[in-house]
Design a protein around this ligand. Sequence first.
Ligand code: SF4
Ligand code: SF4
Length: 451
Amino acid sequence: MITDLAPAFRPIDADLSVWRHDRADETLFYAPGYVAVVDAGCVPEFAHALETSALTRWPALDALREHAAAQDTWRDLVARPFAPVCLTLYLNNECNLHCRYCFSDPGPQRASRLALPVVRSAAEIVATHCRAQNRPLTVVFHGGGEPLLDAAYAGAVLETVEAAAAAHGLGLFRYIATNGVMSPALAAWMAAHFDLIGLSCDGPPGIQGMQRPLRDGRNSAPYVEQTAQIVHASGTPLHVRVTVTAESAPHQDAIAAYVCQQLRPQEIHVEPVYGVGRARDEVQAQADAFVTGWLRGQAVARQHGIPWRTSGSRPGEIHGPYCQVYRDVLHLVPPGTATACLTTTTGEQARARSLAIGEPGAAGTLHLDTAHIEALRHALRREAPDCAGCFNRFHCVRDCPERCALDDLALAHGFRCAINRTLAASAIHDAADSLRAQYPDEAVCGGEVHF
Ligand code: SF4
Ligand code: SF4
């Protein structure tokens, strides 16, 4: 079974964030984001030096020690106060598609949308933090639904954020996640007004039509292809988001070929369906089937020189679950509630799960509940007992979003844990193999691990 790859990484010491895996004639030492490949003959000396902090002749060992400070980075991340530098906006709860798995379950009618005064107030809060940190402001248009259904309203929201950034003398990075089903004129407007387009496409028309049909049942693929062409013509960077279901998991090589050839993005982000919202009863792929398919897709994408990524485990980054309160993101959902969680798409949902962290006052001024934010940050940092010794623990979303970190952590890990650790282990082996090919005569070599 391919998912048996991961358990072979074992911690070398309870106090060190370093794990080892013995291969035929060499050992891999792994600290979050970095792997050292050590010939069998040098392993005792290398391991001893690692445990005793002795000076050595190997630069890879110093780099490994630096990456082993992940524990400190994680502590800093959870200890520092919430200081958002990104504003994420779920503009509405309306959509022109009827994807079978939508995490937000939007309807055909606009239930509610963000009010401009609260967008202005939230942008002001984020801009203040950006200025203090000397960073540009990032704004993300997302749904809750399709963010560009009402182009005039979306334009007004964008102008509101642009004005806040300009008032503080900040640069602005504008990202939009879209289903791409729109007129050519609107696609051209989008390409001209955003810095990066994230286009959802689940693969060739047969898969796209099955998983992401229009509300009237027709296939959305022709619109997505047309929008991608318009974005290309404008020169705006394009990423594609692929959602994988149990049915499409074995076809990820064909999905990769189609996306690379037809849509030609700079990156492809591949995620197993989020089993929440309308997809709460969706049966996931078997972990082995997802991973096998994912690796085949990655091989095809590599032939085209296009990164094939997934977000569950990102070895180049120290991270936990997707909680916005840990990602420096101020996230608004209609009609103007600030939420801690990307799976809540209305203020009502956020309040029902105690994940609302701010509400607008009478004049639309957003009031953040700092005491609740701190309480949530404290509660969400909990870790399941099984994670404590895991080589993946500093870069894993755990079982989020299907199982929240606020839920019972004693429950056995499931699908996401299996794919996160297997794909991370695969990335480590990949990095080790290419280091070995690059430095065949070195007894010890090392390098960073990325997807
Ligand atoms: S959830 Fe992540 S950190 Fe925890 S055991 Fe699974 S792979 Fe490891
Ligand atoms: S851990 Fe819970 S609050 Fe955090 S993103 Fe996941 S589901 Fe949302």
